[in-house]
Design a protein. Structure first.
Length: 85
């Protein structure tokens, strides 16, 4: 997920995890949802640069349009790697 200012210009697409948890929740209210349930979202990996997210997607050999990551399948090392970026 990405929680920076570009969300205002992209219909809050950065609230990706929240959207998938509650797909019928209005995009403009996803920040309120995240703030009301910090124990569910604060421990998840977060990107601080949208440009870096896009660059990583383009250049990473393990991310493709067919990649699918589920929270419970991430290893501790993968979580550390994502948080370090």
């Amino acid at each position: 997920s990405y929680y920076g200012p570009l969300n205002w210009f992209s219909f809050f697409v950065g609230y990706h995890n929240e959207h998938h948890d509650f797909p019928n929740f209005a995009g403009s209210r996803l920040r309120t949802l995240r703030d009301s349930a910090p124990d569910h979202y604060e421990h998840l990996p977060v990107h601080h640069s949208w440009t870096k997210v896009i660059w990583r997607y383009i250049t990473s050999p393990i991310l493709t349009p067919y990649s699918r990551v589920r929270r419970h399948t991430l290893s501790d090392e993968e979580v550390k790697e994502i948080r370090a970026e």
